[in-house]
Structures are given as structure tokens and as C-alpha cells.
Write a protein that binds this ligand. Structure first.
Ligand code: ZN
Length: 203
């Protein structure tokens, strides 16, 4: 049983959005074409309240990219993005949503961020996605979406820990690259943890 998880393909993460991932929109045709190859398709949304602790705007004298301590965890500050129910948080209109069985939302607690679609960054609470996949007999999790070096990476690392065979479809993802090697390092880190890095042409 193979599930495709579409990570954070939201307006704010593509060019024109508040926190655009370079070429983030380029994955959409590929992601649409891939969906029919999977038994189950799930999407995730970054879904923050306006007072979220990851927003630079909520910390005086800080700028995007600064690192702070947020309730005991290191936190990179980002521009305001993916505010609940705002247009920027909506899935990209060009994304085919007809086969998406369920959308899981993350980052809803103002006091902690959640890069992974499975757990918050402190591993304090599960989103319910892991349980949902296990209940449906999913053995293999395939990830596509944004961004390779944040939400895709942390979702992949958590999926491995939960015992799923985990695959990242590299050409169906794009990264932020705050530092130029971040995506390359994320790929290496995922490989080292046992994540299969694959390509859409192999599916
Ligand atoms: Zn966020």
C-alpha cells in the first residue's frame, strides 16, 4: 500500500507568495501526473495562527532568517506565512485535489513550529497522519512538495522513525536553500537515515 504525501503545496510557498520556494510552482504538473500511481493521496498544509512564534513580526528587532529560542527549541524566524484561512495558506489552485483523501494541518500551536507533517518540532504532539496511514495499511510513504530542506526532510525523517518505507521524489520537490548547500545536505541526511531518494521517472 503506497501513499503519496503532498507536502505544503500552498500559495505562500510558490513564487508570488510570502515565503516563496524558488521554482516551487514547477513541481505542480509533475505532482498532478504522479497521483494516479498511488493507492492513497494525502496533502498537508502549514496552518499558523497569526500570533505564531515562527513569524519575525511577532519578535521585535528580529529579521527573517534570525534564529531564536522558542520555548526551549531553536527556531528560525520566517516572514508571516500560511495564516489560517488566508489565501496564502490555500493549496495552489493548479494542484489537482480530486484524489486527495484528507488534508492534515500543522503548525497550529503558536508556541511551537512543525516542519514535519507527523509531529511538531519538539515531538510533543502527533498530527494524526501517522495513525491515519497505519490504519489504512500503508507500508510505503512517498513525499513530494515543499520544501526539500525543511518540511519534506523532517516529514521523511519522522516517517522512517514510524517504520514506513520512505521515499522522497526528488524532482517533485524544491528547497529553500537559505544556505546554498542546504538541499544537498538535506538529501544526504535523509539518505543516511534510510530514506530512498527517487525520481518521478522511476515510478
Ligand atoms: Zn510555517
Amino acid at each position: 500500500m503506497k501513499a503519496l504525501i503532498l507536502v505544503d503545496i500552498q500559495n505562500d510557498f510558490v513564487p508570488g507568495g510570502a515565503l516563496p520556494v524558488p521554482e516551487g510552482d514547477r513541481i505542480i504538473p509533475l505532482v498532478n501526473a504522479l497521483q494516479s500511481k498511488f493507492d492513497l493521496v494525502i496533502a498537508t498544509q502549514d496552518w499558523h495562527p497569526r500570533n505564531h512564534g515562527s513569524f519575525t513580526a511577532n519578535h521585535p528587532n528580529k529579521k527573517p532568517g534570525d534564529q531564536i529560542n522558542l520555548n526551549g527549541l531553536p527556531q528560525i524566524l520566517w516572514p508571516v506565512h500560511c495564516v489560517q484561512n488566508a489565501p496564502g495558506a490555500a493549496l495552489v489552485p493548479a494542484l489537482d485535489t480530486r484524489r486527495i483523501s484528507r488534508i492534515f494541518q500543522k503548525g497550529t500551536d503558536p508556541g511551537i513550529d512543525s516542519y514535519s507533517a507527523l509531529f511538531d518540532n519538539g515531538h510533543l504532539k502527533a498530527t494524526g497522519l501517522g495513525e491515519f496511514l497505519k490504519q489504512r495499511g500503508v507500508t510505503d510513504v512517498f513525499l513530494a512538495g515543499l520544501a526539500t530542506d525543511y518540511c519534506v526532510k523532517f516529514t521523511a525523517l519522522d516517517a522512517i522513525q514510524l517504520g514506513f518505507k520512505t521515499h522522497v521524489i526528488e524532482d517533485a520537490c524544491r528547497g529553500v536553500n537559505l544556505k546554498p548547500d542546504d538541499v544537498a545536505m538535506a538529501i544526504e541526511e535523509m539518505k543516511a537515515a534510510g530514506v530512498q531518494i527517487t525520481n518521478s521517472s522511476n515510478l
